[in-house]
Design a binder for this molecule. Structure first.
Ligand code: IPM
Ligand code: MN
Length: 375
């Protein structure tokens, strides 16, 4: 097998971010050789860590380093220490700026309920078991970046405004990606909007219908975001790929996380639909990969964070950026096996179960993944 080599930028960030990222890195180092790939890692700061060291949530040169990597693996940003800072100075500004600078318009958030955790959700096991859906969130438009966005004060009092703009081309590319993803899944797309109220949602729906005509073999429907929020937890198995604008996706993806039993389980990928910028790379698509969970400052430094979200993010990186589907399958199967064996970090341990540490969970998954790969 010819060995391929990839450059990965690690952005640990804050709180548990660096802890879980270390485990994802360890997994990649272990699985590289049997999977026929070599990974070269570099590191940079983002979020509160970057504010403390450099005075900004991410330096331009580090954004540049991200642009020159084949893929970026990120931990999490934010924490109470930086909560007093204004919108453009906060840790979150580093992440939002990076998404924008890298043009990462497509945020993929798969939610798969592992059988072993069907009883972990506060929802009934019979409702969540077998759920396997993917939230495709538009990531560089809508309310997060629309102008005007401002706070002002005049003699009448305080005002604030945010703006929700979408161009048809932005809707087209994300909906199209959702249809292509559905093609390799259960062939169903649900487009989520608020077309009974919002202009942007009416445009979204029109464009989604136009795109759907290119994919006659994919089942397609629309859902209004409010009733969709309800169906997502009452009938989650109805959904395969769900595509929606930025803020709807932010909200519904956290809601969907309840199905999985813990936010700590969930990975994400953010794509710009293009190969990496650097020439000569064999990477297929550039992407940034991060667990959906936040920096969890309350448990940082205790080695108890669930590394699975970060590990599954690394697995998505292998699948989408490096075309290493077999290794990605092995990792996902290993996670399932570790859970079947009863390995539980504290966030997924139910009463009577003795929780394992971050590194115990991670090292078991590594062992099982390598065994899977050579099986
Ligand atoms: C997420 C987070 C971010 C977002 C924050 C940290 C800016 O909640 O990735 O979902 O709102 O996009
Ligand atoms: Mn969020």
């Amino acid at each position: 097998m010819t060995e391929r080599s990839f450059r990965i930028l690690l952005l640990g960030g804050d709180g548990v971010g660096p802890e879980v990222l270390n485990e994802a890195k360890a997994l990649l180092e272990t699985i590289g050789e049997p999977a026929g790939a070599r990974f070269a890692f570099s590191e940079a700061l983002i979020g509160g860590a970057a504010i403390d060291a450099h005075g900004v949530p991410m330096r331009d040169e580090d954004v540049e380093a991200a642009l020159n990597a084949d893929a970026v693996l990120l931990g999490a940003v934010g924490g109470p220490k930086w909560d007093h800072l204004g919108k453009t100075e906060r840790p979150e500004a580093g992440l939002l700026g990076l998404r924008k600078a890298l043009g990462l318009f497509a945020n993929l958030r798969p939610v798969k309920v592992f059988d072993a955790l069907a009883n972990n959700s506060p929802l009934k096991a019979g409702v969540v078991r077998g759920s396997d859906l993917m939230v495709v969130r538009e990531l560089t438009g809508g309310l997060y970046f629309g102008q005007p966005s401002a706070r002002t004060t005049d003699e009448s009092g305080r005002h604030a405004v945010d703006t929700l703009p979408y161009h048809e081309s932005e809707v087209e590319r994300i909906v199209d990606l959702a249809f292509r993803l559905a093609g390799s899944r259960r062939k169903k797309v649900t487009s989520v909007d608020k077309a009974n109220v919002l202009n942007t949602s009416q445009l979204w729906r029109e464009v989604a219908i136009e795109v759907s005509r290119k994919y006659p073999d994919i089942t397609f429907d629309h859902a209004l975001v409010d009733s969709c929020a309800m169906r997502l937890i009452s009938r989650p198995r109805d959904f395969d790929v769900m595509v929606m604008e930025n803020l709807f996706g932010d909200i519904l993806s956290d809601e969907a996380a309840v199905l999985a039993g813990s936010l700590g389980m969930l990975p994400s990928a953010s794509l710009n639909g293009r190969p990496p910028r650097r020439s000569g790379t064999t990477a297929a698509l550039f992407g940034m990969y991060e667990p959906v969970h936040g920096s969890a400052p309350d448990i940082a430094g205790q080695s108890i964070a669930n590394p699975i979200g970060a590990i599954l993010s690394a697995s998505m990186m292998l699948r989408f950026s490096f075309e290493m589907g077999e290794a990605a399958d092995a990792i996902e199967a290993a996670v399932g096996q570790a859970l079947e064996e009863g390995m539980r970090t504290v966030d997924i341990a139910t009463s009577g179960e003795v929780p394992v540490s971050t590194s115990q969970m991670s090292s078991r998954i590594r062992t099982l993944a390598v065994a899977q790969l050579s099986a």
